[in-house]
Structures are given as structure tokens and as C-alpha cells.
Ligand binder design. Sequence first.
Ligand code: ADP
Ligand code: MG
Length: 330
Amino acid sequence: MNSILSVSNLSKTYNNIYALNSLSFECNKGEIVSVVGSSGSGKSTLLKLIAGLEIPDNGKIVLKDKPINDESIFVKPEKRDCDIVFQDFSLFPNMTVDENIYFGKNAPNNKSMVGNLVSLANISDTLSRYPHQISGGQQQRVALVRALANNPSLLLMDEPLSHLDSALKEKVRSELLSILKKLDMTVLIVTHDAEDALTISDKTIVLNQGRLEQVDTPRNIYKYPKSEYVARLFGKTNILPLKLMPGSKHSFKQKSSDNKMVSVRPHQLIIESGTNSSLPKIKGQITNIFNNGHSYNVEAKCEDLVFMAEIKNGSDLKIGETVTFSIELD
Ligand code: ADP
Ligand code: MG
């Protein structure tokens, strides 16, 4: 593997509290790595440290075999071979799109590449306009092109999709992915949205209070979370006791009780017509049913445990009845 970024034991405190705590990971050439975690888990701090906008307390950052941070080295932000796209895009409001794009130090020397980027990102029509005269999706692409115009070895993006409304977001996300993959760009992208991580990244790093909680492909993390924190970050789920599913290989200990638990997504619960299957089962009394248009979100109770199931053929279900749900883990 061709390592572009190597972070080891990176720590940063603010007022004696760890924003990042001894974090280590790698990004390889052409890899899109997402950084996921709840608010305040240290995601933006990580990007700022790599960009050189903050100074770490400890640890080492190596970019393309060149140390840019360790005990004795601090390479200035403008000398680092990486560029950052901020959440609010940070376009200069008093400059046209064209001037924004050519602002970076390397851009004027890369005119033909920048021209290609402009057409790839489909913003040729906007070049003479000011940022407030273009749409949110266009602003996002201009910010992207401005960063890429510098021809960095590593692109850092901090929640670049969070300001876009949901209709636009999906489109912009797929455009973004296609541009980055065409360029074989190495990217570290912060998001709090599991769907973003699942859709665009090859690898995901999950942060919890500044520590590395899990690193894997986003699909593996979705399916086999290592903790309740990770399971919940990746969307709706039920945290059920392992004793209900003795065969499951993917349990974790619950912090509060030390009990072993398994994350079961609502769509993994089904109501079987046959009764002899060997799948694990949980009985529940239905307490609520919501028709979401294409299936039924069924809330049920088993003793003190409330859980949610997403059932395709749920039109016959009734509140108050007790049914047996089978758990389809794969
Ligand atoms: P995230 O991007 O995951 O929401 P941040 O990296 O912004 O999290 O913040 C991590 C922690 O560090 C938070 O507790 C935050 O309050 C704290 N923090 C970040 N920047 C500063 C700062 N400049 N001064 C003091 N505390 C900060
Ligand atoms: Mg942040």
C-alpha cells in the first residue's frame, strides 16, 4: 500500500481536556477515508492539526513520507501538501468564482488542469459570477475546485455536505464522489452522517471523545459495530441481549451493565409465517405501528425491552397483539 498520510499517537488538549487522544491511522493513495463521530468527538480538531491550523501536544504526522509534525518539526500550513474545504465553503465573497479558484498558490501554474477541473465540476458558466450569485451545490463544487486547483496530495473536507438540503445533497454527493475518484484523490472527509460515510468512503474512522473507537470499511462498521456508540451513530438500531441470539459472533459489552449485547437493525427483524426456522427469535407485544409508505415501522415490547422492527407486509398487524419476530443476522 502506498501511504499518503500517517498519523501516530496524535493528541491535542484544550484547557487540559483531550480533544484528540493518542490517535493513530493511515490513509493510502486514492483512498477516501471518512471520519465519523458525535459532535465534539474531535473530528474538526483532527483536520486542523493535519492542515497545520493547530499545534498538537503530542504525536507525529507524516504526509507523503515527509514529517510535517513531530516533537521538533512544525511545517507551516502553506507549506503542507494538503488543502482543506470547510463546512461553510469559505469562498471569498468579494471575488468572482474564477478569482476564487485561482487564489491558491499553485493554481496559476496549473491552468490546463484547473480548466479540466472546472469542466469536470460543471461550473464553467459560473466563472464570472460572485459566490452569492450561484447555488449551494455550485458553491460546494467551486470550493472543491479551489482546493483541488492547488494539486494537493491530500484533500481534507470538513462536513462539506451538511449545508445542503437533502434533495440537493444526494446529487452533490454522487458528483463529488465521481470527481474525487476520477482524480484518484486521497481524501479525509469529516461527516456526522452515516449515509455519507457509507456512500462515499472506502474506510471509516470512528471517534469517541477524541479516541479511536473503530476503524474498518463503512459497511463492516454498519453491520458489525464494536460498541453501542458506534451502532447508534450508524442509524436506527435495537441493542438486544446476546442471550437472545447465542449464535451471533458480533456482540459487544454494554458500558453500563457489562452485559453482552448485539446491534439489530429494524430491517433485520421479520415476522415468519413458518414456525420451525432456526433463526433467533424475540416475542413482543405491539405497542405502535407507523406506515412509512413502503413498509411498517412496528414498535414492540418484550418485558422492559422496547424495540423497533421494519416489516414489509405488516398490514395485518394490530396494536396489542403479541407476535414472534425472527432475527436475520448475516
Ligand atoms: P467535532 O468536530 O467532532 O464536533 P471538535 O474537534 O470541534 O469536535 O472539538 C473537540 C473538542 O474540543 C470539543 O469538546 C470542543 O469543545 C473542544 N475544542 C475545539 N476547539 C477548541 C478551541 N479552540 N478551544 C477550546 N476548546 C476547543
Ligand atoms: Mg466539527
